[in-house]
Design a protein around this ligand. Structure first.
Ligand code: ADP
Ligand code: ZN
Length: 207
């Protein structure tokens, strides 16, 4: 996957896809292999997602972990980078600000291998945070799929549920949660109601 880039100095890899598609598993796999290759690896993870093993680990849904430095912003990552690190891995990249694009570009230009994992679309099926730019500037992009919980096909959408019902389009973009709040679904099974019932009524009344 990253083989052809070994001679070129630094490069950027993005592991994109919906929740449950195996992004964290893949990031952990790449980090472990880099460690076996005796590279100095540093892993960062957004503060927002502390669901599984606390703030200092990247965990996959199957429970595997690697240690991670928590960071809320590109500036926080930049301040904590170890100059000796050959490989920088960043999980939950969708929650970071646009400064991450410039930061990883400069890391790659300085010979670092950068691995970013993130959800490329939000619960509406729209591009999430800096993921589109990161996918565009990366040398290697892998888009993973989960299994649609309704039809068993390849899932490419995050279905947000509120009280067991599909969340309306106007609910906030960031709402951290696990299986109680999100399901993996395919395009056909993904549901995003235009608005909740109250607001549709309000709209009709004022029209
Ligand atoms: P991500 O980081 O993309 O959210 P993880 O690496 O944390 O994904 O978890 C992937 C694992 O989640 C799978 O190997 C599988 O064990 C589990 N899983 C749970 N629900 C699903 C689903 N609907 N489709 C695929 N895998 C699922
Ligand atoms: Zn489906």
């Amino acid at each position: 996957m990253s083989g052809p880039f070994h001679q070129t100095g630094g490069w950027i890899e993005v592991v994109a896809g919906v929740m449950f598609s195996g992004k964290s598993e893949e990031l952990i796999r790449r980090v472990r292999r880099a460690m076996i290759a005796k590279k100095k690896v540093q892993v960062f993870k957004s503060h927002l997602d502390a669901r599984y093993a606390g703030l200092y680990k990247v965990s996959s849904h199957d429970g595997r972990t690697v240690e991670a430095v928590p960071a809320d912003s590109a500036a926080q990552i930049s301040q904590q980078i170890n100059p000796q690190a050959n490989v920088i891995a960043i999980d939950e990249a969708q929650f970071l600000d646009d400064g991450i694009v410039e930061l990883v570009t400069s890391l790659a230009a300085r010979g670092r291998r950068v691995i970013l994992a993130g959800t490329d679309t939000d619960f509406r099926g729209e591009p999430f945070g800096p993921m589109p730019q990161l996918m565009a500037i990366a040398e290697v992009v892998d888009k993973l799929h989960a299994i649609c919980v309704l039809c068993g096909g390849p899932a490419s959408r995050n279905q947000r549920l509120i009280g067991g019902k599909p969340a309306p389009y106007n609910s906030p973009q960031v709402m951290v949660g696990g299986t109680e709040a999100y399901e993996a679904r395919c395009r056909m099974c993904h549901e995003v109601p235009a608005s909740d019932a109250g607001q549709v009524t309000l709209f009709r009344n004022t029209a």
